[in-house]
Design a protein around this ligand. Structure first.
Ligand code: 8IG
Length: 277
């Protein structure tokens, strides 16, 4: 018996049911019913997962309930099951994410995280490319996310469900990341809606309210991860100085370039952290 795929945009659909369906397809296509850690690869992070271990299966997003192909250059529209070194554990690596600015709704944005939970993961590693407010962070610098400010005015949580976001970015995992790379700075990530970059005045606002990094992703996913009981590690790759911090204009080409340049350091960092989880 086949069921018709459930549509996340239908309010009568339970998004956790779609996540369970997605996890079942992933289990079938990858041949394992359990993954241990999920990674979401943001701008500039595309190559980094190769250092984690061997890719044992690749699944097209289009074949998994609730997932979509991607619209952003430099992102891949598939997910992979990767052996974590020789630990016997598996990573579920999402090569792309759905961004809030795509207008598919918050449920789509956090579907990967909910699917990771349904697939058995206990930890999610959220990566992104972003703008940096600290002029010392040259393009290609990875920065740990210590906390966030969500300026989307949305939440992935539905109903009167008051989830505690204290220590949202698991302190133990931040500590682990800094054991791997002692030079890692930490910062507060501010999510704007996008898809335009900020004005210089908006970047100054982000600074005044306590931000260090500006981007268009991650916070909604982190909130959904906490709701699901997942541990969260967030790592930003500063691919450009935020608007007005330097006198250079912003371009997506610059973003991709910085990612290439930083791939070694970021790849090692991810591989080592995931290996030690
Ligand atoms: I890559 O400077 C990247 N993503 N909002 N601002 C915002 N998002 C970004 C930026 C940036 N760089």
């Amino acid at each position: 018996m086949t069921r018709s795929p459930r549509d996340l945009s239908d309010p009568s659909t339970d998004p956790f049911d779609v996540a369970a369906d997605a996890a079942a397809v992933i289990a079938q296509r990858t041949g394992v019913d359990h993954h241990d850690v999920a990674l979401v690869l943001g701008s500039g992070w595309g190559q980094t997962a190769d250092l984690i271990g061997e890719t044992l299966a690749t699944v097209d997003n289009a074949d998994v309930p609730g997932f979509h192909q991607t619209a952003v250059a430099g992102h891949s529209g598939s997910m992979r099951s990767v052996a974590i070194g020789d630990t016997g554990r598996r990573a579920l690596v999402f090569g792309t994410r759905t961004h809030f600015y795509e207008g598919r709704g918050v449920r789509s944005v956090v579907h990967g995280v909910r699917t990771a939970k349904a697939a058995g993961c206990s930890t999610v590693v959220l990566t992104n490319g972003c703008g940096g407010l600290n002029p010392a962070w040259s393009p290609g610098t990875p920065v740990l996310i210590r906390d966030h400010i969500n300026l989307t005015a949305h939440s992935p949580i539905e109903g009167a469900n008051f989830v505690d976001l204290t220590d949202l970015y698991t302190p133990r995992l931040r500590h682990l990341a800094r054991e791997v790379d002692a030079e890692l700075d930490e910062g507060v990530y501010v999510q704007f809606r996008g898809p335009h970059y900020e004005t210089p005045a908006e970047v100054q606002m982000a600074k005044v309210i306590g931000g260090d990094l500006v981007g268009m992703s991650t916070t909604l996913e982190a909130i959904a991860a906490r709701q699901s009981g997942l541990d969260v590690l967030g790592i930003s790759l500063v691919t450009n100085l935020a608007a007005g911090i330097s006198d250079q204009p912003l371009s997506h080409a610059e973003v991709l370039e910085a990612g290439q340049a930083a791939a070694q350091r970021c790849g090692r960092l991810l591989a080592e952290v995931v290996g030690r989880l």
